[in-house]
Design a protein. Structure first.
Length: 311
């Protein structure tokens, strides 16, 4: 029986949600597992430069995994796919153009696009595409999947007990809730595929996506205008950018110094440092690329603080 009266809960929001037409799942890895299971995909080619979560998700879904290399433009190199093998393409830092993706899809019709770092890039029609929410917004779960795979009924994730790190950092420092955030990340490794939690879906309906996209784009371009001459990567503007990828010869050392100065720049995929050869491009991308924060939380003054570190 529905409760009537009593104290108020979180307000219910009714705004439009970006990717409203996609299947809302609990996280990116759930999108991978769901897609492989529903389409009965048994072989997947993954880039060497990729987090081990995707590989684990493929294996969990019963797929055989092979690996391929990428170039400095983040495009796949020397692809030799088996007839029934699917190509998993990651849009690193949103740097792959739609024309590049279209070209790949024409050559490899069985293709999956991972837009975990390109939330504001629309999916290609007819191409299985996934997005994750936690890399862009303060939510405890969430992923979106565009697919023509048959939909099945799923239990819904429950996330209210994992909101502590999101709410805590709103009023205090990130360090005080880092453990909680890590526990939330680990949570998904033991979970089966679920639908996005009602709490996260509600929060996503309260976001001003145009404002977020504008701020991320402006901050990215501001960093680029000051750091392009230092960047070993040739990068192009990104709308609603995930981060500004600055590659330096001594990137790993700079990362440590940035963190000491409370500019938190992660090593996105530390598994690559043990999986790839030390002289490989993949190793250097993992070690020496600094994903500089440029998201909606920060002003031009914050970007100046980052830039001053490299002057």
């Amino acid at each position: 029986m529905k409760e009537i009266g009593g104290y108020f809960e979180l307000e219910k929001f009714s705004g439009p949600m970006l990717h409203d037409g996609a299947l809302p799942l609990s996280c990116g890895r759930a999108c991978v597992e769901y897609l492989l299971e529903q389409k009965q995909i048994k072989k997947v080619a993954l880039p060497v430069f990729l987090c081990d979560v995707v590989r684990e998700s493929c294996v969990k879904a019963g797929a055989e995994v092979s690996c391929y290399r990428i170039g400095a433009d983040f495009m796949p190199l020397d692809l030799k796919l088996k007839e029934d093998e699917w190509l998993y393409v990651t849009d690193f830092y949103g740097q792959l153009s739609q024309s590049q993706l279209v070209s790949l899809h024409q050559k490899y019709p069985n293709m999956i696009v991972d837009n975990a770092q390109a939330y504001f890039k629309p999916p290609l029609k007819g191409v299985d595409t996934l997005y994750t929410c936690r890399k862009f917004f303060g939510v405890p779960d969430g992923g979106f999947l565009y697919t023509d795979a048959p939909e099945r009924e799923l239990p819904r994730d429950i996330s209210f007990e994992r909101m502590n790190f999101v709410l805590g950092r709103f009023e205090k420092s990130a360090g005080e809730f880092y453990y909680d955030a890590s526990c939330n990340n680990d949570y998904f490794s033991s979970q089966n595929v679920k639908r996005m939690s009602a709490l996260t879906e509600n929060l996503l309906r309260a976001i001003d996506y145009d404002s977020v996209k504008k701020r991320r784009s402006e901050n990215f371009m501001y960093l680029h205008s000051h750091l392009e001459n230092l960047n070993l990567l040739h990068i192009h503007p990104v709308e609603g950018a995930f981060a500004y990828p600055l590659m330096l010869e001594n990137g790993a050392e700079c990362r440590r110094k940035l963190i000491e100065n409370k500019i938190f720049v992660p090593t996105l995929w530390p598994n690559v440092l043990s999986d790839a050869e030390k002289d490989s491009l993949e190793y250097k991308l993992a070690s020496d690329v600094l994903p500089l924060p440029c998201d909606q939380r920060y002003s031009q003054e914050d970007m100046d603080r980052i830039i001053s570190f490299f002057k």
